[in-house]
Design a protein around this ligand. Structure first.
Ligand code: ADP
Ligand code: MG
Ligand code: MG
Length: 883
């Protein structure tokens, strides 16, 4: 088997389409050198070696070593240096790289191959002993930290006290001799901490680093990251070994990161940061403040230090040319890493850049307009759930702001919450249902879970490409980074600036769009849904097959749904209309009535109110389909609880309070979710459903008269298990329709259908469909009844199931395709055998979940219905499901 793929020196054994085998980084390094770009040569050890490693008790394939040796020789040939040669040493970096970029993995080790002898050779070659010893100390620290597990704090302490003793402020003040002394001290620490000398043999160093990459695949950080991003453990990671180039060789050397377009706004502008006389890690670590790439960016930010465009015009011009080629080649916005060694530019990485939802939208629409991609591709480029960020609040420009400090606008959107200082506390607060802002000096991959739990992230150090910024943008969390005016004291748990001190638990607001940090909560407003958003939605609607409806019952929800492009109402939960103050008393009176007569009395008071509700709804939805579910929840949800409530109902109904209390007790149930609810209410109290049917039909007549558009209501009977239930209730609804038509001399077109939310209904769908004129899959209840899990009690154990990987995701969020989904499939198939072209939709929470929507497309549903705010997400997801 071929385990090792070489790249660089003009040709490569790999290519971009081999990312499964070579990982993203390796595949793109190969592709870039195939394009003839200046990539330092190297090789990639494949992901199959990682799989082999874990399948075989953490051992390598027998022939791996020989292949690695050969690949090193090839690199030596290209650069004209030899690994371990004291006079002319080849140094390499060892870099992990999975298929999907994974911040949980091992950090890159740079300058590998240095030891007490080769450091002298490097000094002689570069003509600079200081550079050589600086590289060596970086290597010892990095290798000891990531491979040998020696905490980097030890090394930082040594450096700090060394500088203090000599009154040095900056690292740049240290001489070659100083670094040499520090390296000696570092090696002592390694010996003390590990009981062994720092490895001097470059081959030992290399295999140590390779082993560390593979072991890091199973570290806790990586496992957590994979779980959060649904990345299977079986993918494995690749290892890239690459000849070093040096950005720390003086003032004509530099290192940087860049995006071909602005990853925050999507604007078509070259965007990034670089540092002169530095090595890779320095830019993202936030140790020094990086400089802008372009003159325009520098001027806009009012920075003093020159931009790359000004400081290194030749290398900059070449970089611009390369970034244009890369974007045109990959046909997507690229995130690139580069190093300049004594004026010569080298490319070290390219990948599709992470971006905010806003940027994703703008870039997709712009690229389609530029003709770089098609409209369909544009539709596929935007993550549907990320639209959530755009539909969510921004700070009200008119609201008062008590600005405490300003940082970088690292990830847009506004968020308020209580201050917490650790990721664990953020997570704990989230489980208590509190909203928090995670405040850190800087973040690291260990903080990911806390960043997830927080509403927003605030750091006092680090640039636009710092860990916090990149991860927050990926997650869609607002983030302000590098707010240098703020001081965090972890020990005292305080955040202070300008003489003011905030404590843990106090509320702050951050605005990731401007970088402002404010004391207290600031009012927010909804964004506009025009421009790029509208464009993309139009394109999505062109390719989409399924309709998208909304779950709505209030006029406000219905209007929002229309604004977001809903094509009807898929679920109007009539009981929500019963809770308003003016009617809850009548509802309670109806429920508690001992006789049919008492019930009818209360119902007659409810009828006009329900009718008005429906007239309004039909008017707003003007000609679009509206599915109305008749009363569904257990009656006890409406029962009066307090003495005052009981007294009030007793007065309205004209019965003694004691009798009422007794009746309320009678109605209470042990397990209401499986109790007297749904169509069972209709069977025991047909007059309730009759009243609702009458309200619907009378409203249909009236709304048609008002709007001039015919109204075709879809009456939905919930929780049917037996066809006979539906037969019994449908005949009554039909009778009411006949009456209303006769009374008004009007024709009403309507459908009577059912919710499929019990396993029996799905299985007996063919006979139920003989009566039902449409199906709506109520997958919330269908999930509860299929899995035997109560949604309200599930959190206690399902999170544990997810943590242990027993289930891939929460079945109440993404449909359980194999179980619940199978019942949906059966229901659709059997239903349509009995009634050709039976209209089928879904109205559970899953109707707004992109993965579940893809499933719905697969089983041939006619529409999905979701909450109004998720309608755009569903439109985009439904479009993507057809691609
Ligand atoms: P990450 O996956 O965290 O981005 P990388 O493997 O890309 O890690 O390495 C981080 C940085 O290390 C790179 O951006 C680059 O600046 C530096 N680096 C990696 N390999 C080399 C190399 N061969 N020569 C010079 N710098 C390198
Ligand atoms: Mg990188
Ligand atoms: Mg239900």
């Amino acid at each position: 088997t071929k385990w090792v793929y070489s790249f660089g020196g003009g040709a490569s054994e790999g290519a971009a389409d081999m990312r499964n085998l070579l990982g993203g980084k390796g595949a793109n390094l190969a592709e870039m050198s195939n394009l003839g770009l200046p990539v330092p040569p190297g090789f990639t050890i494949t992901t199959e070696v990682c799989t082999h490693y874990y399948d075989n008790g953490q051992t390598y394939p027998a022939d791996l070593e020989a292949q690695v040796e050969a690949a090193i020789e090839a690199v030596e040939g290209v650069v004209g240096k030899t690994f371990g040669d004291p006079k002319n040493p080849l140094l390499v970096s060892v870099r992990s790289g999975a298929r999907a970029s994974m911040p949980g993995m091992m950090d890159t080790v740079l300058n590998l191959g240095l030891n007490d002898e080769t450091v002298e050779g490097l000094a002689a070659l570069g003509g600079d002993a200081r550079f050589a010893w600086d590289s060596y100390r970086r290597f010892v620290q990095m290798y000891s930290d990531v491979v040998l597990g020696v905490d980097h704090g030890f090394f930082e302490d040594v450096l700090e006290s060394f500088k203090e003793e000599r009154d040095f402020a900056l690292d740049t003040e240290l001489s070659a001799e100083d670094w040499q002394a520090i390296v000696a001290r570092y090696k002592e620490i390694v010996a003390e901490e590990t009981g062994e000398e720092f490895p001097q043999d470059p081959k030992t160093q290399l295999w140590g680093a390779v082993g560390a990459v593979f072991s890091s695949w199973m570290n806790q950080r990586a496992i957590t990251y994979r779980r959060l991003h649904a990345i299977p453990a079986s993918w494995g990671t690749a290892v890239n070994v690459q000849a070093m180039v040096f950005g720390n060789m003086g003032e004509t050397s530099a290192t940087g990161v860049a995006f071909t377009r602005n990853p925050s706004t999507g604007a078509k502008e070259f965007y990034g940061e670089f540092l002169i006389n530095a090595q890779g890690e320095d830019v993202v670590a936030g140790i020094r403040t990086p400089q802008s790439l372009t003159r325009a960016a520098r001027e806009a930010a009012g920075e003093e230090k020159p931009s790359m465009e000004e400081a290194m015009p030749a290398a900059f011009a070449q970089l611009v040319e390369i970034k244009d080629r890369l974007e045109a080649h990959y046909r997507d916005m690229q995130d690139i890493e580069f190093t300049v060694e004594q004026g010569r530019l080298y490319m070290l990485q390219t990948r599709s850049g992470k971006r905010t939802a806003k940027a994703a939208l703008k870039i997709a629409v712009d690229m389609a307009s530029e003709g770089l991609i098609t409209e369909k591709e544009a539709v596929s480029r935007v993550e549907p759930s990320s639209l959530d960020q755009l539909l969510h609040p921004m700070l009200d420009p008119d609201a008062e702001r008590d600005v405490l400090a300003s940082g970088l606008p690292a990830s847009p959107g506004a968020a308020s919450g209580k201050i917490v200082f650790t990721a664990d506390e953020a997570e704990a607060a989230k489980t208590r249902g509190e909203q928090v802002i995670l405040v850190r000096v800087e973040t690291s991959p260990e903080d990911i879970h806390g960043m997830h739990a927080a509403e927003g992230i605030l750091t006092t150090r680090g640039g636009m490409t710092s860990h916090a910024a990149v991860v927050a943008r990926g997650m869609g969390r607002p983030c302000v980074s590098g707010a240098g005016g703020l001081v965090v004291d972890y020990a005292k748990k305080t955040l202070s600036a300008m003489g003011r001190t905030l404590h843990e638990g106090e509320i702050v607001t951050i605005d990731g769009t401007t970088g402002q940090v404010m004391v207290g909560e600031v009012k927010t407003i909804q964004p506009e849904l025009t421009g790029d958003f509208a464009h993309l939605m139009t394109w999505a609607d062109k390719v989409r097959r399924m309709k998208v409806r909304a779950n709505a019952e209030t006029p406000l929800d219905a209007r929002t749904a229309r604004e977001f492009g809903a094509e009807g109402i898929g679920l109007c939960r009539t009981e929500h209309m019963f809770f308003d103050e003016d009617r809850i008393i009548a509802v309670r009176e109806m429920i508690l009535a001992e006789s049919e007569e008492g019930r009818r009395h209360a119902l007659s008071r409810l009828l006009p109110m329900q009718r008005d509700d429906f007239i309004e709804l039909f008017t707003i939805m003007k000609g679009l389909p509206v599915t109305i579910r008749l009363l569904d929840p257990p009656l006890h949800e409406f029962l009066p609880h307090t003495d005052a409530e009981i007294a009030e109902v007793a007065r309205a109904a004209g019965v003694p309070a004691d009798a009422l209390r007794r009746r309320a007790n009678e109605l209470s149930e042990t397990n209401p979710m499986l109790g007297h609810r749904g169509c069972r209410l209709g069977v025991t109290y047909p007059e309730i459903y009759e009243m609702q049917a009458r309200a619907i039909f009378e409203a249909a007549v009236e709304a048609a008269r008002l709007t001039g558009e015919p109204v075709e209501p879809e009456v939905m009977i919930p929780l049917v298990g037996f066809r006979a239930e539906l037969d019994f209730l449908k005949s009554r609804v039909d009778a009411v329709a006949q009456d209303v038509m006769k009374e008004n001399g009007a024709e009403i077109r309507y459908l009577v259908g059912t919710m499929i939310e019990l396993p029996r209904a799905a299985i007996r769908a063919s006979e139920i469909a003989e009566t039902a004129e449409f199906f709506s899959f109520g997958t919330n209840d269908l999930t509860q009844t299929t899995l035997g899990i109560s949604r309200d009690d599930a959190a206690r154990f399902l999170t544990e199931y997810e943590r242990r990987g027993l289930i891939p995701h929460d079945p109440f969020v993404t449909i359980d395709q194999d179980g619940v989904g199978e019942l949906v499939r059966i229901g659709v198939e059997r239903g349509r055998t009995a009634r050709e072209g039976l209209k089928c939709g879904i109205c559970g929470e899953h109707g707004g979940d992109p993965a579940s929507i893809a499933f719905c497309e697969g089983v041939g549903l006619d529409y999905v219905s979701c909450s109004p705010f998720r309608v755009p997400i569903a439109r985009l997801a439904a479009a993507q499901a057809t691609l």
